[in-house]
Write a new protein. Structure first.
Length: 456
């Protein structure tokens, strides 16, 4: 990659360029992100970012739309990184890019912080946090009211609910909570708003922020035509609050988001429509988690682990959807201490063996590069999850199977399909509601028990 970058940049700048400090950044489950330093003879070093699809999963058309969206955003004053180069397409031609793959972007590196946990907790950003909801409203208003969708070739416009339903049906077995959310969304759909450019993934984690506010909006890979309220609802999904209280990315209240949007655009958002899109966004994240888990097939181990771990986050989405639908789940009681120890394989139990393995992983990855530390944290979290499932899983499976049997369902898929066909309603049937909520609580208790006590 370093050789390909040097060749392409030397061609681009008509000079013998050098590339140093090339390293992969953390995150990026759908695309790779690399940082590098470019030195052009006679110029000061420049920090750049390479964003490219993983080998074997290239989507040149999508990456081209992302490049065109960055260009259009910059034209109308939406803060974005500067686009230095892009993969060749119908309107772009160069000879030195083949080593970088058919879908990549090369951008300036914007100084600032993108890590949500830092933005929400570090003292450095204490002054800017209260201003963020208002400013994010302003930025979204510029996206929706200034960007011209006709200047982004190939920008699709589809029915979002039907598109999501199709994606959901292409993944694993149906789940009762997700089926209930689809029913609610179909029954209470708001009137369509004006069609505009929709970022598609506008949230805490896809923003570069400094002490002066938002410096760049990142990751335009899901850009499309649609109802602008989709972006506002997605920004308020609980997953993007990272344990903080503020509904708007963990920063603050929706009222400030709406005020910033109205002041910038002259159009006040409809809170009920945004709430519908927040339910939609939570359901969408659940479906995307399932999609990411499927993408783990035939991927290198380090990428597969991250994708598979995301797959278990569906439990968080189920819990959030139950809260949004007025049916909150409560944590299941843990089994008595030692109940999983009486095992054919004796002591120590498998769960006990996993604990020091996780601690060792944490210790070994602590002194490594950022990417390895990130993967080490995911691996440790995965081992903790496996350990909890070993302790809690058998009893939870048996309890859930008995609850389904009493209701007359063969399995959870059977219950999910009954909800889809409107044959049962968890809002009015206490036994169905209890079985459905108990299953969600069991899954979340294994996947991430701390999620029950988080704010938001």
């Amino acid at each position: 990659m370093a050789t390909a970058l040097r060749a392409r940049l030397s061609e681009l700048y008509s000079a013998d360029c050098t590339v140093t400090a090339l390293h992969r950044l953390t995150g990026g489950a759908s695309a790779e992100t690399w940082a590098l330093t470019l030195t052009v003879p006679g110029e000061p070093p420049a920090e750049l970012i390479l964003r490219r699809d993983a080998p074997g999963a290239e989507n040149p058309a999508r990456m081209a739309r992302e490049a065109d969206a960055l260009t259009e955003a910059a034209r109308v004053g939406v803060p974005v990184p500067g686009l230095c180069d892009r993969a060749p397409g119908e309107s772009v031609s160069h000879s030195g890019a083949t080593g970088l793959g058919p879908s990549y972007l090369l951008m300036t590196r914007v100084p600032g912080q993108a890590l949500p946990q830092r933005l929400l907790r570090d003292e450095e950003f204490a002054g800017v946090r209260p201003r963020m909801p208002y400013e994010l409203g302003q930025v979204l208003a510029r996206v929706h009211h200034r960007m011209d969708p006709d200047r982004i070739p190939g920008l699709a416009s589809e029915d979002p609910l039907e598109q999501l339903r199709g994606m959901y049906h292409s993944t694993s077995a149906p789940l009762p909570v997700l089926e209930l959310a689809f029913r609610r969304l179909a029954a209470q759909r708001p009137a369509a708003g004006r069609e505009a450019v929709v970022h598609g993934d506008f949230r805490n984690g896809n923003l570069i922020v400094g002490t002066d506010g938002v410096r760049a909006v990142l990751d335009w890979e899901l850009v499309h035509r649609g109802d602008p309220m989709e972006d506002l609802g997605w920004l308020c999904v609980r997953a993007w609050r990272f344990g903080a209280e503020g509904p708007v990315g963990g920063f603050g209240p929706r009222s400030e988001l709406f005020r910033g949007y109205a002041d910038e655009s002259g159009t006040a958002p409809d809170p009920e429509a945004v709430h519908w899109w927040e339910i939609y966004g939570t359901l969408r994240w659940a479906v995307l988690c399932r999609v990411q888990a499927l993408r783990a097939r035939n991927r290198p181990a380090q990428d597969a682990l991250e994708l598979l771990a995301i797959g278990r986050r569906v439990a968080e989405c189920e819990y959030d959807l139950l809260c949004l639908l007025g049916l909150p789940a409560t944590p299941n009681a843990a089994p008595p201490a030692g109940s999983a120890d009486a095992d054919l394989f004796g002591s120590p139990s498998a769960a006990e063996l996993l604990t020091p393995v996780g601690s060792l992983l944490t210790e070994l990855s602590g002194a490594a590069d950022p990417r390895t530390r990130h993967l080490g944290r995911i691996a440790t979290h995965t081992l903790d999850m496996i350990s909890r499932e070993l302790v809690l899983g058998a009893a939870a499976r048996a309890e859930h199977a008995e609850g389904l049997r009493r209701l007359g369902f063969r399995d959870e898929r059977d219950l999910a399909l009954a909800i889809r066909r409107a044959e049962v309603d968890p809002h009015t049937d206490h036994a169905v509601r209890e079985t459905m909520c108990s299953a969600t609580a069991a899954r979340l208790g294994v996947a991430n028990p701390r999620y029950f006590s988080r704010s938001g």
